[in-house]
Design a protein around this ligand. Structure first.
Ligand code: HEC
Ligand code: HEC
Ligand code: HEC
Ligand code: HEC
Ligand code: HEC
Length: 232
């Protein structure tokens, strides 16, 4: 093995790493990490109260809006973002004094949309409470997954059925590495990544493993497991 130079992000964890190394040098052992992942990210089920009772089950489920209508950077950059108020106003425009709204005015006087109208009036963004968050020392990239055929559903669950979004997976290091070692169950043609109810068997008549194995080979998909990939 190459001489290992600890990158700066490890400073906080040197003590922990020391324990790991003494504990058998089995750094690549994977399972060891099951025991050391921090509780902060292991928030399965975390479901904070939001300033607006926004429902994915209505918008992404019943109304069948594509995830990218609102999360439009998810296939373009490392970060996905929560939509700006303008996006909501496209449909939930308040009435103007003259009565005629600028855009569509679905439920334009609903009290559930008070915070949306207030944000539109003042120009201050809505204080959505963030649900998924990795520690700063972890590098993650949405587009690198989404553009290789990993669906939102693999990491966020059936958001299109959730009235209130909750964290569906533990997002531990072991979880990341499990899929990096064995991505076949999670690969699909890129055009279906936001179709959460898509199913290889039902929609393409092939088993998921057969399809995943083929896509992995055809597109040369090789998720890495070396430390520097996620800790830069
Ligand atoms: C009409 C706009 C809209 C659409 C369409 C939409 N979302 Fe969202 N999404 C939001 C808003 C607003 C929030 C922040 C409030 C919340 O958490 O409910 C959010 C939050 C989220 C979060 C949690 C983010 C965090 O804080 O960690 C995830 C995950 C998510 N959306 C996934 C999806 C997926 C997957 C789809 C497609 C099936 C989708 N969204 C479709 C507007 C939308
Ligand atoms: C493409 C149009 C569209 C966009 C964009 C949109 N919505 Fe909606 N929304 C609807 C429709 C249609 C309904 C009504 C569904 C029903 O009543 O069955 C609705 C219902 C709602 C409700 C429930 C209102 C009530 O009184 O029951 C809330 C809250 C809401 N939307 C919030 C948002 C937020 C926040 C955003 C921006 C992140 C947003 N919507 C973006 C179309 C949209
Ligand atoms: C490989 C797993 C994975 C996939 C696939 C994935 N996400 Fe995420 N998502 C994450 C992780 C991990 C975070 C937390 C990122 C962080 O803290 O930097 C996150 C965070 C988010 C957030 C919150 C971002 C913010 O800045 O508040 C939204 C919204 C989101 N994802 C939407 C989506 C949508 C929509 C899709 C599908 C088009 C998707 N994600 C696909 C793992 C994934
Ligand atoms: C469901 C499967 C899956 C999960 C879960 C997953 N990944 Fe990945 N990851 C992949 C695939 C597939 C690729 C693409 C490999 C390729 O392009 O050859 C990838 C690529 C990456 C890359 C390389 C990006 C680049 O710029 O080259 C990083 C970094 C990464 N993942 C980090 C993470 C982290 C951190 C987590 C956990 C929070 C995670 N992944 C969870 C499947 C997954
Ligand atoms: C595919 C992405 C990925 C790879 C590869 C990876 N890690 Fe991590 N690592 C993570 C994530 C995500 C977390 C945060 C998980 C958590 O807080 O539970 C993390 C957390 C850690 C922590 C802190 C644990 C704690 O208790 O907070 C250490 C130390 C660590 N990693 C070391 C390593 C080492 C050493 C390697 C190489 C053998 C490595 N990681 C490879 C994703 C990765």
């Amino acid at each position: 093995m190459q001489r290992f130079v600890f990158p700066r992000w490890t400073n906080k964890f040197l003590a922990l790493l020391g324990v790991l190394i003494v504990g058998g040098g089995a750094l690549y052992g994977g399972p060891m990490f099951l025991a050391v992942t921090s509780p902060v990210t292991l928030n399965v089920g975390y479901e904070p109260v939001q300033p607006v009772p926004f429902s994915h089950a209505i918008h992404a489920g019943t109304l069948k809006m594509d995830c990218k209508y609102c999360h439009n950077s998810v296939d373009k950059s490392a970060h996905s973002t929560v939509p700006a108020t303008q996006t909501c106003i496209n449909c939930h425009s308040p009435m103007t004094p003259a009565g005629a709204p600028t855009y569509s005015a679905v439920h334009s006087t609903s009290p559930k949309l008070t915070a949306v109208r207030e944000s539109w009036r003042t120009g201050e963004s809505i204080d959505w409470v963030r649900i998924h968050r990795l520690p700063d020392y972890v590098y993650f990239n949405h587009s690198a997954h989404v553009n290789r055929g990993v669906s939102c559903v693999s990491c966020h669950g059936r958001v299109d059925k959730m009235d209130v979004v909750y964290q569906a997976k533990d997002q531990s290091m072991a979880w990341c590495i499990d899929c990096h070692r064995n991505p076949e169950p999670h690969l699909r043609p890129v055009e279906f990544v936001t179709k959460l109810d898509w199913d290889a068997e039902k929609d393409m008549g092939v088993s998921q493993i057969e399809l995943g194995t083929r896509l992995k080979e055809e597109n040369n998909i090789q998720p890495q497991v070396s430390c520097a990939v996620c800790h830069r």
